[in-house]
Design a protein around this ligand. Structure first.
Ligand SMILES: Nc1nc2c(c(=O)[nH]1)N[C@H]1C(S)=C(S)[C@@H](COP(=O)(O)O)O[C@H]1N2
Ligand SMILES: [Mo]
Length: 229
């Protein structure tokens, strides 16, 4: 099996991200995705329950974290982002504007930016099931973005807001942290890990991170997939 450049296969699918020391955010009783931003006239909520009325899709894909680990053969189910965009967001856009980017926010404050072209790719899902079960807290309950051809940081878990923009939003990172800021495309096969730093520079530190993640995952037993073998 071929992995994208610089990636290593790991067993299972660890919980990962910026908030590992904290439990996953609680799922609100009535979950919604709030739609707002410069491109929409008035902000509005899309209840997650209403996504059930849209055509669903199943997608088996690999998942690649920018730190260098890859999990393979994840079976996601959900609604294509494109369908949500065309049926629910597009009708609410200001007339005559052109959308360039969307920002996805999670209940834990995570934020990812996608160009509209990347967001509308055929394999981008708002997923609520993984491997035949409802999404766990570890992996983004109640629903998350899944963009398999981009690094994992694009795939915002616990999705609660989509902002629709008419220009690229400014980066969130200040000073030296900007260097680790995401790549605007983040395509794994092009190894677009970061906007400023070249990918090779980070391979060693990332190797250490993966080792840590794997040990951490075992200790906390956060892996939600049964292990083959
Ligand atoms: N809400 C939220 N989404 C997030 C993150 C996070 O910390 N919070 N981490 C990102 C990163 S860096 C990765 S690699 C993946 C990890 O997904 P997993 O925890 O399901 O393995 O989620 C991404 N989406
Ligand atoms: Mo990641």
């Amino acid at each position: 099996m071929t992995l994208p450049p610089g990636q290593r296969l790991i067993d299972g699918f660890p919980r990962f991200g910026a908030n590992l020391s904290r439990p996953a955010p609680p799922v609100p009783i009535k979950s919604v995705i709030n739609i707002r931003g410069a491109a929409v006239t008035d902000a509005f909520d899309v209840p997650l329950a209403s996504l059930a009325t849209l055509p669903r899709r199943e997608l088996t894909a690999d998942f690649h974290c920018v730190a260098g680990w890859s999990a393979t053969h994840l079976r996601w189910e959900g609604v294509p982002f494109k369908t949500v965009y065309r049926t629910l967001i597009e009708p609410a856009l200001r007339p005559g504007i052109s959308v360039t980017h969307v920002v996805c926010r999670g209940l834990d404050g995570w934020r990812s930016v996608l160009s509209i072209e990347d967001a509308l790719a055929d394999d981008v899902l708002i997923a609520d099931r993984l491997d035949g079960r409802p999404l766990s807290g570890d992996h983004g309950a109640p629903a998350r973005l899944v963009s398999p051809r981009q690094y994992g940081y694009v795939s915002t878990k616990h999705l609660c807001r989509i902002e629709v923009h008419t220009a690229e939003p400014k980066g969130i990172h200040k000073s030296v942290l900007r260097l680790l800021g995401p790549h605007p495309r983040a395509r794994v096969w092009e190894e677009e890990r970061h906007r400023y730093l070249p990918a090779w520079l980070l391979r060693r530190p990332y190797r250490a991170t993966i080792a840590f993640v794997i040990t951490w995952g075992r200790r906390r037993d956060v892996r939600s997939r049964p292990q083959p073998r």
